[in-house]
Design a binder for this molecule. Structure first.
Ligand code: URA
Length: 247
């Protein structure tokens, strides 16, 4: 595919520096296009086809980008917001410029795995309830949990609260610890309604005090990523995610 743009724009999008830093580097002969040193930062290049090297490093301009973010608390899942910090503010501008969007939504106070992708169809499939993509969450709640909660989750909870009414699909609840004051659990759901997990627990009489998404389909959150950190998916992970969404 052709992706013709100015050389300095391409380098800036890839995070190689500001336009003026790039201009200086180009003038100094540090940038080669198709084996030839160039002097004009404004020259047109095909970002997807030309061999562009900066200090000998081949730059890769991929059409499709998938990012795995460990979303921190306190950040909105939105493309942009006039007042509050969004997940897109945690990434270099390249990703917004390439049309990347969050695939689905985590509440402001929820942490964990969020996929941000330039592939709108993939994003749609991750979110679509028809696709049955499972999501695994770790939750801390402010009361005890018991086997009757496990059974109720498995049967499909009837939710009726200030936000509306729905019958949740069967979900898998694994109790990790239970005590009067606080319990911890892992829950697997296949839908993503507004405040889904919090409302499911609330319908059983306990309030979620901490929520973290650990997995989407077969893709787990990389445990090396601290809250607020991100990386691009490896090719294997991208294939895993795409294949699963096709099924
Ligand atoms: N369920 C919730 O209640 N909140 C989230 O952020 C995700 C799932």
């Amino acid at each position: 595919m052709k992706n013709v743009m100015r050389l300095d724009k391409m380098l800036a999008m890839l995070g190689e520096g500001t336009r003026s830093e790039i201009k200086t580097a180009v003038r100094a002969g540090r940038v080669f296009v198709n084996g030839v040193p160039v002097r004009d930062a404004g020259m047109q290049v095909n970002a997807s086809g030309d061999d562009v090297r900066f200090d000998g490093r081949k730059l890769s301009y991929k059409e499709v980008r998938h990012v795995m973010l460990n979303k921190p608390q306190g950040v909105l899942t939105a493309a942009r917001d006039r007042k509050q910090k969004t997940v897109m503010d945690l990434l270099p501008p390249l990703y917004a410029a390439m049309g990347c969007m969050p695939a689905g939504r985590l509440d402001k106070d929820t942490e964990g795995l969020l996929i941000i992708t330039s592939d709108g169809q993939l994003a749609h499939r991750i979110i679509s309830p028809k696709k049955d993509v499972s999501k695994i969450y770790y939750a801390r709640v402010d009361g005890p949990l018991s086997e009757s909660d496990v059974r109720a989750f498995a049967q499909g909870l009837h939710i009726e609260d200030a936000d509306g009414m729905f019958d949740a699909r069967p979900a898998w609840l694994t109790i990790l610890s239970s005590a009067e004051e606080e319990s911890t659990a892992r829950v697997r759901v296949t839908e993503g309604r507004y405040h889904q997990v919090k409302r499911m627990f609330l319908s059983r009489g306990v309030r979620v005090t901490f929520l973290k998404r650990e997995q989407i389909g077969a893709l787990p959150l990389d445990p090396a990523l601290k809250a607020g950190q991100w990386r691009e998916l490896t090719d294997e992970e991208a294939v895993l995610l795409e294949q699963e969404m096709e099924e």
